[in-house]
Design a binder for this molecule. Structure first.
Ligand SMILES: [Zn+2]
Length: 187
């Protein structure tokens, strides 16, 4: 980790890991990709290596992120999808030209065009968001139960009863708060 910048929260679903780069949206928001280099770092961790990123590309990435967040939140609460968010997601998906390639070991890798790396990477993220919002993948979109978080996450648990975006952060905090409340009630 680069010192001075907040850590990434990593999940197994690309699109919601990406929306998780802004956390505590309803509390003291934490921006985890505050500078272009941190977007480069985040993409590298997620198998989308890019050489460079401009401030305009970071702005575009954040616009896509908030659009995915808005559309995923609407999908989780069964509201109509916001048209502007759908527009940005579709635009990013259409602009990306990443190629899925199969490695000799049987794994999928993304090959990005050197001339349009960040756009290609955003295209991969947008397409991932489309597949979960459209309900094409096995799982359920839900919102984190933490009132300061309310992050959209993709629940792939068998019972589909996951309550928190991340057990190690929001889940733990809630557990601790409950424990302390009980301690106060039963000293
Ligand atoms: Zn949360």
């Amino acid at each position: 980790m680069r010192s001075g910048f907040p850590d990434f929260r990593l999940g197994s679903v690309l699109a919601t890991s990406f929306t998780g780069t802004l956390s505590e949206r309803h509390g003291d928001a934490v921006e985890r990709i505050p500078v272009p280099q941190r977007l480069i770092d985040w993409l590298a961790v997620n198998g989308l290596d890019v050489d460079s990123c401009t401030t305009a590309q970071l702005d575009r990435a954040r616009e896509l992120r908030e659009s995915i967040h808005a559309a995923a939140t609407a999908a989780a609460t069964q509201d109509a999808l916001p048209a502007s968010a759908v527009h940005v997601i579709n635009d990013c998906s259409a602009q990306g030209r990443a190629a899925a390639v199969l490695t000799p070991e049987g794994q999928r890798r993304w090959r990005l065009d050197p001339a349009s790396c960040v756009e290609d990477a955003l295209g991969v993220i947008a397409a991932d968001a489309i597949s979960i919002i459209a309900g094409e993948r096995d799982g359920r979109l839900a919102l984190c139960a933490s009132p300061t978080c309310r992050a959209a996450f993709f629940d792939t648990s068998r019972s589909r009863t996951r309550r928190w975006c991340d057990m190690n952060t929001c889940g733990n905090r809630q557990k601790k708060a409950r424990f302390q409340a009980n301690q106060r009630k039963n000293p």
